[in-house]
Design a protein around this ligand. Structure first.
Ligand code: HEC
Length: 371
């Protein structure tokens, strides 16, 4: 019943008006690498569905304590007392939403012939392999043969009605909090597996999927858990461990990110404007480092390397972009914010607040104003 501990943590931190010690430390220290909203930068995102070192409370605590050897992530065991480190872990957990801690086990198919797929049945047979999926959704090695059992947790932040939507070929059972919520045998039409609604409060829940493929040469299982106002948590996908890059571009609004880019200082802010212009701003000396048009950021894709390899900016350099903006040596960077199409950078210059606005201009340029 371990999961029962976690919903309490999650819901208390959701309603807490005052920041916890973990949140305070995060905002003073961790954000420099993991981003102010945990969206990632030099270090990976701490809210997405990819957890190289595991997304369980234990795994997260382990990384906070001991760091990751050979990376910028140091261990904080000797830096903060245990209560602070636990509070950091709980702060990270309170920001999670969607599927986590997915474990996939594969079983010999012969055993399951003519038997109804239930968790009890799986307890009576040994799995041939068990893998904690770093991507938090099901993906299959090609040519995998067998019956699979996937166990996972789902972090719900929005109360409302949820349902599993599953397309598959073969037999599939879904158990939510140990109760069967879906069963289809191999005669069920593959596109009609929309399940009955489950009403959920914010918290952490467990579920499992039992699946036997109709043809054994490849798995054809697609699923998601869908919730209110368009919430959709994928249950299946392709492994990012291959070579699918994550492209970052601005939408109709500007986006500001920090990424490790070769030849740029790690503290550079990358302002992505809706006209596909990217402006690199140096927060240390208040200058424009460079700018590109028709540009996008190609984030390092593969998980094992994602912090060892820099991301890339693809685009054409805008000539003569490099220039100082805050000319005073007595300036201090404070914060940044995307506002509509523009990126705002706030600093204190000679004791007075100053805001730099970087806005799109035409198709391939940008404008800068200070106030
Ligand atoms: C100097 C930059 C830096 C700072 C500061 C930093 N991290 Fe990290 N962190 C990283 C990098 C880089 C990785 C990826 C390590 C790897 O897998 O190679 C990482 C990984 C992690 C992971 C594992 C993520 C995963 O995908 O499994 C967690 C959790 C984490 N950091 C939490 C924290 C917390 C909490 C703090 C603040 C106490 C912090 N980090 C401060 C750079 C940093």
């Amino acid at each position: 019943m371990k999961w029962l501990l976690a919903p309490l943590l999650l819901s208390t931190s959701l309603i807490q008006a005052n920041p916890t010690q973990g949140e305070i430390i995060y905002k003073q220290l961790c954000f420099t690498c993991h981003g102010p909203n945990l969206e990632g930068g030099i270090g990976p995102s701490l809210t997405d569905a990819y957890w190289h070192h595991g997304s369980s409370p234990e795994a997260i605590f382990e990384v906070i304590n001991h760091g990751v050897e050979g990376s910028e992530m140091i261990g904080y065991k000797d830096v903060f007392p245990e209560t602070d480190r636990l509070s950091l872990r709980d702060f990270l957990l309170s920001k999670q939403e969607g599927v986590r801690e997915m474990v996939r086990s594969i079983y010999p198919p012969e055993f399951f012939k003519e038997k109804r797929l239930t968790p009890e049945l799986f307890k009576t047979v040994e799995s041939t392999s068990q893998t904690l999926l770093p991507e938090n959704w099901i993906y299959m090695a090609r040519n995998a043969v067998g019956v699979i059992r996937v166990t996972a947790k789902v972090y719900i932040r929005q109360a409302g009605s949820y349902h599993f939507s599953i397309r598959r070929l073969g037999r599939t059972a879904v158990y939510f909090q140990d109760k069967e919520v879906h069963y289809s045998d191999d005669k069920a039409p593959k596109d009609q597996d929309i399940n009955k609604p489950i009403s959920l409060e914010p918290g952490i829940y467990s579920f499992e999927i039992l699946h036997e493929e109709k043809k054994s040469h490849s798995y054809r299982f697609h699923g998601s858990l869908n919730g209110p106002t368009g919430t959709r948590f994928p249950l299946s996908g392709r492994s990012l461990q291959g070579n699918i890059p994550k492209i970052i571009v601005a939408g109709t609004e500007a986006k500001i990110v920090r990424k490790w880019i070769k030849d740029l200082p790690p503290r550079a802010l990358l302002c992505l404007l809706p006209n596909k212009v990217i402006v690199a701003y140096n927060t240390v000396d208040g200058s424009i480092l460079n700018a590109w048009h028709s540009a996008e950021i190609n984030q390092t894709p593969s998980l094992p390397d994602r912090s060892q390899k820099p991301s890339e900016i693809k685009g054409a350099e805008i000539p003569e972009s490099t220039r100082p903006i805050l000319k005073s040596p007595n300036s201090k960077f404070v914060a940044y914010e995307a506002k509509g199409a523009a990126a705002l950078i706030r600093s204190i210059v000679d004791g007075k607040p100053m805001t730099i606005t970087i806005a799109p201009k035409g198709d391939a340029a940008f404008s800068i104003s200070t106030k």
